[in-house]
Design a protein around this ligand. Structure first.
Ligand SMILES: [Mn+2]
Length: 462
């Protein structure tokens, strides 16, 4: 846990952004896996963690904005719990570690809220993303669970985004810890990427490295020799020469800050000429987007810069043709890069996505595009110092998409389909780093993970 001042400062900043009313922030409960007593690994809600810090189930944080008082509602353990879980601190003791002096049993929460509702006071809450949360909010607030999301407080969403999107030094240090564990995950995976190895052997070792460093993976590991499937969680293929292995994986620290890194390597450790050519194009897109990152620049422009870099490279290989600026403007490159350049990262690997992607990634000056490809960009607004985000361009040869576009005659002035046909067995390449926006520019966070052709080939030789 951070020092208690971190949490009191965060709550005071939130208070300043809200005029009045009550903030209700429920923590997460245990979630059943295959029967009630067998639960998933507990993960606290990130907003609760940010403002109330306590990493235990069945708590709710409340802030009375007008009375300037914060509360933790939760139950002290009984003897049954102690027998199974060992001694546990009292709720009051836990709350004191995050600067809160007022605690009450969880059963008091409904009455506390009811008396506020009867006085006509506004209850601010965030949109729930678990069914149990929606049902609990129905019980506490008398709003039908199907309607709870639409009653979430816009003022609270905007205030939370404004605070959480700017990372302070303590948070950046945590994120760098998570990236340093990802360094170990990815360099180990690269060394293992030899013919005959099954993907799950590598994915399992990567997940183990996350766990031994104190956190879980920050999302289910994506690892595949079929990298053209963007989020491939099937790990049953045997590595064969001629394929590239995409590994998109990160971890959480014990405080739940995330990393999210992608590396792509040739099975066996030596790039074939065709692999090297596509890889260098994606690397150039990754490097040019990173290079252009600084306060005030629209992330959408970094995305378009990466797309143009890829399209220009593909033109040199004869896969695209014509006016590349126009091709990217019209979205022809999305055949090869049908996703966005990246997303915010922090306590969530896609930071705050549960609050609504457009509240996090767009603002009054930037509207999300409807165009295939650009529409999938989660983060389009201007960069600010303290933003931490991913830069993850990719180039993929998706046979079904190629066939569909070719049959429809899409963008024949920009795409050389005859040549693209010969790449249908290629797979995909993605290269992802985690980047901090500084006062004047940017910093790629964490210990550098091999990324150039020479660095990867040198590492995989051993
Ligand atoms: Mn990512």
């Amino acid at each position: 846990m951070f020092p208690k001042e971190t949490y009191t400062t965060r709550r005071n900043s939130l208070r300043e952004k809200l005029d009045s009313g009550i903030v209700l922030m429920p923590g997460n409960t245990e979630a059943a896996f295959n029967y009630p007593a067998n639960t998933y690994h507990f993960r606290q809600d990130s907003n609760f963690l940010y403002f109330f810090g306590l990493d235990h189930p069945d708590l709710a944080g409340v802030m009375d904005i007008d009375a300037n008082t914060d509360y933790i509602f939760g139950n002290d353990v009984d003897m049954d719990d102690i027998i199974w879980m060992g001694p546990q601190p009292l709720i009051a003791e836990r709350a004191s570690h995050v600067g809160i002096g007022h605690t009450a049993p969880y059963s008091d929460l409904a009455g506390f809220l009811l008396s506020a509702i009867r006085k006509g006071r506004k209850i601010h809450f965030l949109p729930p993303y678990r069914g149990e949360q929606a049902i609990e909010l129905e019980r506490l607030l008398g709003i039908h669970s199907s309607m709870v999301k639409s009653h979430a407080s816009l003022a609270l969403i905007k205030a939370v985004v404004a605070l959480r999107e700017i990372k302070d030094a303590l948070e950046i240090a945590e994120i760098e810890k998570a990236i340093n564990t990802a360094w170990e995950m990815h360099t180990t995976a690269m060394k293992m990427a030899m013919p005959g190895v099954v993907e799950q052997e590598i994915a399992g070792v990567m997940e183990g490295i996350a766990l031994k460093n104190g956190g879980a993976v920050s999302f289910p590991i994506i690892l595949s020799i079929n990298g053209q499937t963007l989020h491939n969680h099937y790990h049953g293929n045997t590595l064969v020469p001629g394929r590239m292995m995409v590994a998109d994986a990160g971890c959480e620290t014990t405080l739940h800050y995330a990393s999210d890194i992608t590396r792509t390597v040739p099975v066996g450790g030596k790039f074939e000429p065709r692999q090297k050519a596509i890889y260098e194009i994606v690397l150039q897109a990754n490097l040019s987007a990173i290079q252009a990152a600084k306060p005030g620049v629209l992330n959408r422009d970094l995305h378009l810069l990466a797309c143009k870099t890829i399209a220009n490279g593909l033109k040199e290989l004869g896969l695209m043709k014509g006016d590349i600026d126009e091709a990217v403007c019209q979205g022809a490159h999305a055949l090869f890069m049908p996703h966005g350049l990246g997303h915010h990262m922090g306590l969530d690997v896609h930071d705050m996505e549960g609050l609504g992607e457009d509240f996090v990634g767009y603002d009054e000056n930037t509207v999300r595009s409807q165009q295939f490809g650009l529409a999938f960009l989660r983060f389009g607004k201007a960069l600010k110092p303290g933003h931490v985000f991913t830069i993850e361009p990719g180039c993929y040869f998706i046979p079904a998409l190629i066939d569909q576009w070719r049959e429809a005659g899409k963008f024949t002035e920009y795409i050389n389909y005859d040549r693209v046909e010969s790449y249908k067995d290629f797979g995909g390449v993605r290269i992802e780093d985690d980047v901090l926006v500084t006062e004047n520019g940017h910093r790629v966070l964490g210990k550098p993970i091999p990324k150039t052709v020479a660095e990867i080939e040198a590492l995989m030789k051993h």
